[in-house]
Design a protein around this ligand. Structure first.
Ligand code: UT7
Length: 323
């Protein structure tokens, strides 16, 4: 008998405002064709004025709770992956806790940039298998539109806002790969690469700052490291890349997604792709992709998934789970 962290519910929220690539053609020296062909992005959502990450996260959390047929009283902990918390502190997770009317349990943020949801899933899994929590809301939520330099065409056309959430629940499994739930995790970071992707502000500068990225270099690391971390996570439980039903990648760039699938020996039929509609939503991209994949009838109970991400830090990793 093995305790497993099993997905009981999933949901997401996207802000109302949809911004097509063509809007950037009026602001910058760019084209819809460049954005589409270099990144795969066609549109993204931007939060309304005054709408913070905790607001998006709360709406995604409510959707996941409803999908799980649970209420906030049933949840022991909230882990929110974000790099764009409303404030320096308190955590956006405690704001979500208050919004849900939850006065018990505990809530905290995880900051691993675009790999944040992988780190949050790993943390939730650890809480559940060590008996510290029975049910955990794991949320990825971002408002990257707040940290865009609107004069930098190399970054501002790539990112979007949104939120996705899972409810993970402690369930007993047989201890084999046939169990539902998180089966394997691989986490990595290497701070030597901090200059490749960062925000040039924060507590030290007393302003929020803007996202800066050496896109080509990040691209190179992504293509190399994502297939490797996915393979490591899959190998840890004695499986092969070919055993996976669905690859659910971080949605940064369609070319990276395709290269990773190819390295893993999978066709694009096995990959959940949402980057065309959401842009890069950092820590929100994986739960958004999971929720979309379920809503589209692709991901079904019992399917074997690998989800992988890389971002600022650099930080990267993968989780294998049976849905
Ligand atoms: O989520 C965290 C992880 N992040 C990522 O995974 C992002 C990784 N990087 C990428 O996705 C790609 O590197 C980008 C989409 C950011 C850029 O694609 P690229 O093929 O690497 O293009 P590039 O940066 O090498 O730029 C090619 C050209 C440059 O012009 P020159 O120097 O060749 O004359 C850029 O100035 O495209 C130019 N360019 C643009 N042109 C039109 C850069 N941005 C734009 C733009 N519109 N928006």
């Amino acid at each position: 008998m093995t305790i497993r962290a099993v997905v009981r519910g999933v949901g997401h929220y996207l802000p109302e405002r949809v911004v097509p690539n063509s809007e950037f053609e009026q602001l910058l020296d760019t084209t819809d064709d460049w954005i589409r062909s270099r990144s795969g992005i066609e549109r993204r959502h931007f939060a309304a004025e005054g709408q913070g990450t905790s607001d998006l996260a709360t709406r995604a959390a409510r959707a996941a709770l409803e999908n799980a047929n649970l209420v906030p009283d049933d949840i022991d902990a909230i882990i929110l992956a974000t790099s764009t918390a409303d404030m320096t502190f308190p955590s956006a997770a405690t704001m979500v806790q208050a919004n849900l009317g939850m006065t018990h349990g505990f809530a905290f943020d995880v900051q691993a940039v675009c790999a944040g949801f992988i780190y949050a899933l790993s943390s939730a899994n650890a809480l559940i298998i060590t008996g510290q929590a029975e049910r955990v809301l794991v949320i990825g939520a971002e408002t990257f539109s707040r940290i865009m330099d609107w004069t930098d065409r190399g970054t501002c056309v790539l990112f979007g806002d949104g939120a996705g959430a899972l409810v993970l629940e402690s369930q007993t499994g047989g201890g084999t790969n046939a169990d539902r739930g998180v089966l394997s995790v691989d986490l990595n970071s290497d701070g030597r690469f901090r200059d490749l992707l960062y925000v040039d502000g924060g507590v030290a500068t007393q302003n929020t700052g803007f996202l800066r990225m050496q896109g080509k270099e990040v691209f190179r690391h992504a293509v190399e490291k994502l297939a490797a971390t996915a393979h490591t996570a899959i190998s840890k439980i004695g499986l092969d890349d070919g055993d996976i039903d669905w690859i659910v990648p971080h949605q940064a760039n369609l070319r990276i997604i395709k290269a990773t699938a190819q390295k893993m020996g999978h066709s694009m039929d096995d990959v959940i792709v949402t980057v065309q509609d959401h842009g890069n939503t950092s820590a929100a991209s994986i739960p958004l992709a999971l929720s979309t994949g379920v809503a589209e009838g692709k991901i079904k109970q019992g399917d074997l998934l690998v989800t992988e991400a890389i971002g600022g830090g650099l930080a990267w990793g993968a989780v294998v789970l049976r849905w």
